[in-house]
Ligand binder design. Sequence first.
Ligand code: GLV
Ligand code: MN
Ligand code: MN
Length: 439
Amino acid sequence: MGNFKIQPSNFRTIPNHRVMADLAQTVMERIEALGQISEEQGRLTRTYGSAAMRRANDLAGSWMREAEMETRQDAVGNLIGHYARRGQETGDRSQEKGAEQKILLLGSHLDTVRDAGKFDGPLGVLTAIACVEELRASERRLPFALEVVGFADEEGVRFHTGYLGSKALAGGLSEEDLKRKDATGVTLAQAISSFGGRPEALEGARLDPKRLLGFVEVHIEQGPVLEQKHLAVGVVSAIAGQTRVKLTSTGRAGHAGATPMDLRRDALCAAAEFVLAAEKLAQSRNGLVATVGEITALPGASNVIPGEARLSLDVRHAEDAVRQAAMEELENRAAAIAAQRKVSVDWQHVHQTAAVRCDRRLSALLGEAVKRHQPELVLLPSGAGHDAAAMAAVTPVAMLFVRCKGGLSHHPEESASVEDVRVAIAVMNDFIQLVAQDA
Ligand code: GLV
Ligand code: MN
Ligand code: MN
C-alpha cells in the first residue's frame, strides 16, 4: 500500500455505506477548473459560441457523465444532462406504459461576462450535478427525471442580448434574433452553426411544458443582503425586468485642432451628456438602475472629433411600469440632447424581459428545505437577470441565492464559501425530495 490517506473532512459515509468525496469541495474545485477556461489571457471571459465555451461544455459534460447522466447538446448549444434511474420502483407507472417521465430541470449558465468572476452561472450547474451525484450514490428513487442544463448564453455579451440559451428552450428565439450581428459582423445564425448547433432546428430545442415540473436555479446572490443577515442562502421572490438598448449618436468628424468649439457636432459629447442624464434619472426613482457599460467613439483618434458614438444602455426595475416609463423618458431625453447638439440619435431595443415572479409552490418547498438548514428564511428579489426569467415562459421557476463575499459579482473577486455551497447542496437535496413527496 502507498501512503494514500482519506481526509476525513473531505469524505463522508452516506446511507448505503458508500464513501464519497465532499460534494461541496468538489463543486469548489470544479468552479476553479471552469474558471481557467477563458477566451482571453489573464482574465475570465467566455462568450457564446467561443472555443472556451466548447471546452467548458466538454468539461461540464464529462462531469455529468461521471454522475451517470446522458448528455446532449441542443440546437443552440445548451449542454443538457439527463438522469433517470432505469427500472425504478417509483410508484410512477408512466414508465411501464411507455409514457415519458416528467422532468425537474436544474441548472444555470456556463457563459460569463468579460473579466468575470468564477461563480456566476457555474455554481448553479455544478451544485445541480452534485445533487444528481448524491442521488445516484444514495440510490434513492424519484418519480421523475432530473435534467441539468448548462445554458450556452445568459449574459448576452456577444450579441448584446441575454438569455439566448434559455430562450431557445422556452421557444422564444425569433428570426430577428438569428439576424443579430456580433461586433465582427457574424450573425447569430452563423455563430450557432459554427458552435455545432442548428439554427434551422431551434423549434426542436423547445421543451414540452407538459413534461416539465419546473426549473430551479442556484445562483450567487450578487448583492449584500444575505451577508448582512449572516445567512448562507435565501429564496428569490421575483426577478427584475430589464431593457437593453443600443444607442448610436451621429455627428460630424473633423479636425481636433482646426474646428472651433461652436462649429462642432461632437457625437461623443452628446453621448456623454446622455450617460449622465441616465444616471440622474435612475437616482431619482426608487429601485431603478440604469447603466451604460460600453461606449465606442469613432473614428477613434486623439486628434479627430468623434463623428459617431455607440453606447449600450441597461435599465432595470422590479415593476415593469416603472421601467417602461423610465425608458420613455430616456428616449425623449436622448432626442432632446441630440437636437440641441445637432447630432442624430438611433435608439434600438435589443433585449427586453418582463419582471418575473417565482412560483409560489416551488418557492414554498424550497423555503421549507432552507428552514431545515438555517435558523431564518429570507425571501429576496433579484436585481440581476437569470435564465429562470426566460424559463418562466414554459414552466414554474424558483431560485436559491447563495451568499457571496462582499456582495461582489461581475468581478474577478466574486466568491462564495465552501460552507455555504455545502448548505446550498443540502437544501437542494431536501428540496428534490420534497418535490418528489408533493408530486
Ligand atoms: C446577468 O447577469 C445580468 O443580470 O445581466
Ligand atoms: Mn448569472
Ligand atoms: Mn451575470
